[in-house]
Design a protein around this ligand. Structure first.
Ligand code: ATP
Length: 314
């Protein structure tokens, strides 16, 4: 068992989704120790008594007056309301600390709202079983965690009952097939800690393959901030484009160009939505925040990590 002792907070964000699925299937995979190491903290939310399973629909997401803080005395999301129809592609942008990741965490019900409701396909996330919610939502995190297992198992753990053929199809759709073929033992190659190490772009594509395998109507993306070489970047982007077809997407975007052709952008600042509209419309708003951010990035400036008092730039 691989003991992962130091995990960044960022990794925890992405890992929780995977870890919850993993706990369910630990019997099959004997991953439980790894899972607990990754989760790091006990998952305290429990299913409501007699909670029904989510009845998957077309993939809608709705926030109704949601307020939330990790510490109730320090609100992070403030009275947030938005409605994402099935199939819509929504980019979430804003300064670091604005609450973007927290929104995605609440969609997955890693936490409950302090006020308001999160509805998935019209059903309160807090009122359905966590397992059924987990099945309805696929998350592609910034940092894709790999286990010290074969590539096949690493992809399969998104859906443990998947056949080898299913895994291969998902890997091909995600653009993994070429690099897997070049690994010493193909799909049987051991990766992760002490195994064959994969590049950032390859790991990302494994994450996309997991999402394909899950085949959920709702896909959450947290765009990687770390730079990939151009070729990897294109391969990851192509995999994501294929994944997004016909699905509802909520994507945290750090490079605004990646969401230029999305249906909609939510600009979040200090836990509130300050702009909501199609990117091409927001770009035309003279004093708009999205336009301001866009212009800054067009000049080659990065959006920095500090939210105070507004976006600071490096
Ligand atoms: P970034 O772009 O840096 O990821 P973000 O917009 O996604 O930022 P969040 O990660 O949602 O912002 O964080 C919002 C605020 O909540 C920040 O002040 C952060 O420090 C705090 N926060 C996030 N997760 C936790 C947690 N598990 N416990 C306590 N505070 C947290």
């Amino acid at each position: 068992v691989v003991v992962i002792t130091t995990l960044t907070f960022r990794m925890l964000h992405g890992a929780r989704d995977l870890a919850m699925a993993l706990i369910d299937t630990s019997q099959q995979f004997s991953y439980l120790d790894e899972t607990l190491e990754i989760v790091g903290v006990p998952h305290t939310l429990t299913d409501a008594p007699d909670a029904p399973a989510l009845v998957p629909g077309a993939g809608t997401v709705r926030f109704e007056g949601v307020s939330f803080g990790y510490d109730p005395a320090r609100p992070i999301l403030r009275d947030l309301s938005f409605d994402v129809p099935a199939g819509q592609k929504v980019g979430i942008v804003g300064p670091s600390g604005a609450g973007k990741s927290s929104i995605l965490q609440l969609v997955q019900r890693f936490y409950d709202a302090d006020a308001g409701r999160v509805l998935i396909d019209g059903q309160p996330a807090a009122g359905v079983t966590q397992e059924s919610l987990n099945q309805a939502i696929a998350m592609v995190p910034q940092e894709v965690l790999l286990f010290h297992r074969s590539v096949m198992d690493n992809i399969r753990f998104a859906r443990p009952d998947a056949s080898d053929e299913d895994v291969r199809r998902a890997a091909e759709a995600a653009g993994c097939a070429d690099f897997i073929a070049e690994l010493p033992e193909g799909y049987d190659s051991i990766v992760g800690e002490r195994g064959t190490s994969l590049s950032g772009g390859q790991r990302q594509r494994i994450g996309i393959a997991r999402a394909f395998l899950k085949d959920a109507r709702i896909v959450l993306l947290d765009e990687a901030t770390s730079a990939l070489d151009t070729e990897s970047e294109l391969a990851v982007q192509a995999g994501l484009e294929r994944l997004m077809v016909g699905r509802t997407v909520l994507a945290i975007a750090h490079r605004l160009s990646t969401i230029a052709d999305f249906d909609r952008v939510l600009v979040v600042e200090r836990g509130r939505i300050v702009e909501d509209g199609a990117p091409q419309h927001l770009l035309m708003r003279e004093d708009g925040e999205f336009r301001r951010l866009w212009m800054l990035q067009a000049q080659g400036l990065e959006l920095n990590n500090k939210p105070e008092p507004r976006l600071r730039l490096i």
